[in-house]
Design a protein around this ligand. Structure first.
Ligand code: NAP
Length: 244
C-alpha cells in the first residue's frame, strides 16, 4: 500500500514526536487523524495539517480509558472505513525518583498511559486492520525500554512492556498482512523534556546532542512505508549510539 491517500491514526499528536509524524505523513498525502488529550495542542496540529493543504480531523481522547480508545477507533472506521498506519505514541514521563520512593499513584498513571494506552490502541486497531488484512503499526517505546534507566523505574517498566507488546503483536499478526514495529528514541527535544538538561553528554551518547522530533519522524515514516516491507517485530533504536 502506498502512503498516498491512506489513513493515518496518531496518538499524542498534539505535540513533539506525534506532531512531527503527523505533518510528515500529511505531506506524503495521507489523511491524518490527530488524537490527543490536550485539545489546544491537537487543534494546533490539525491547523498545521490543513495549512499544508492536507486533510485530517482531531479527536480528543485519553488513551488510558477503554471508552475513549473505542471511540477514537470507531470514529475513524465510520468516517474513513479503514486505518492504514497507526502510530501508537502517546506517553508521559515520571519525576526522577528512586524506586523505593516512587509513589504508587505515579506508577499507576505511567503504566496506565504508556502501557495500557498502547495495549488498548493495539487491541482496537488490530481488529480493524485484521478485517482489511493490511496495515502498519509503530509503537513508541524508548531506550528506557531496552536498558536500565535509573530514577525512572515506572517509565522504564512501561516501555519494556511496550517492547513486549510489539513482539507479541508482530508474531500474532504478521501472517495477516500487518507489520508491527517499535521505535526506541533516546533524548528528543520536545515538551516532555523541556525541563531536563538535554545537553548532558552522558545522556546523549556519542553524537553529543538530543534528536529533533523530525529526526524521529523520518524513521517512523520509513517504517510506515513499503520500503520497510520486510520489517516486522523490530525494535528500532534512534539514539545516536547511546545504547550501542
Ligand atoms: P510530548 O511533546 O509531551 O507529546 C506527548 C503528547 O501526548 C502530548 O500532547 C500529551 O498531552 C499527550 N498525552 C499525554 N497523556 C495522554 C493521554 N493519556 N491520552 C492522550 N494523549 C496524551 O512528548 P514526546 O517527547 O513527543 O513523546 C512522545 C512519545 O515518545 C512518548 O511515548 C514518550 O514516552 C516517547 N519518548 C520520548 C522521548 C523524549 O526524549 N522526548 C524519548 C523516548 C521516548 P499533554 O501535553 O497534555 O500531556
Amino acid at each position: 500500500m502506498s502512503l498516498k491517500n491512506g489513513v493515518a491514526l496518531i496518538t499524542g499528536a498534539g505535540s513533539g514526536i506525534g506532531r512531527s509524524v503527523s505533518l510528515k505523513l500529511a505531506e506524503k498525502g495521507m489523511c491524518v487523524v490527530v488524537v490527543d488529550l490536550d485539545e489546544k495542542g491537537g487543534e494546533e496540529t490539525l491547523g498545521l495539517i490543513k495549512d499544508s493543504g492536507s486533510e485530517g480531523i482531531f479527536i480528543q481522547a485519553d488513551v488510558s480509558k477503554y471508552s475513549d480508545v473505542e471511540k477514537y477507533v470507531s470514529t475513524v472506521k465510520n468516517m474513513y472505513g479503514r486505518i492504514d498506519v497507526f502510530f501508537n505514541n502517546a506517553g508521559i514521563l515520571s519525576k526522577p525518583t528512586l524506586l523505593a520512593d516512587y509513589s504508587e499513584e505515579m506508577f499507576d498513571r505511567v503504566i496506565a498511559v504508556n502501557l495500557k494506552g498502547a495495549f488498548l490502541g493495539l487491541k482496537h486497531v488490530l481488529k480493524v486492520m485484521e478485517g482489511q488484512q493490511s496495515g502498519v503499526i509503530i509503537n513508541t517505546a524508548s531506550t528506557a525500554g531496552v536498558q536500565s534507566t535509573a530514577y525512572l523505574g515506572g517509565y522504564s517498566a512501561s516501555k519494556h512492556g511496550v517492547v513486549g507488546l510489539t513482539k507479541t503483536a508482530a508474531v500474532e499478526y504478521g501472517s495477516k498482512g500487518i507489520r508491527i514495529n517499535a521505535i526506541c528514541p533516546g533524548g528528543v527535544e520536545t515538551n516532555m523534556t523541556k525541563h531536563m538538561d538535554m545537553n548532558n553528554p552522558e545522556q546523549n551518547g556519542p553524537l553529543r546532542r538530543p534528536a529533533s522530533p523530525e529526526e524521529i519522524a523520518n524513521v517512523v515514516c520509513f517504517l510506515a512505508s513499503e520500503e520497510a516491507g520486510y520489517m516486522n517485530g523490530s525494535i528500532v533504536t534512534i539514539d545516536g549510539g547511546l545504547t550501542a
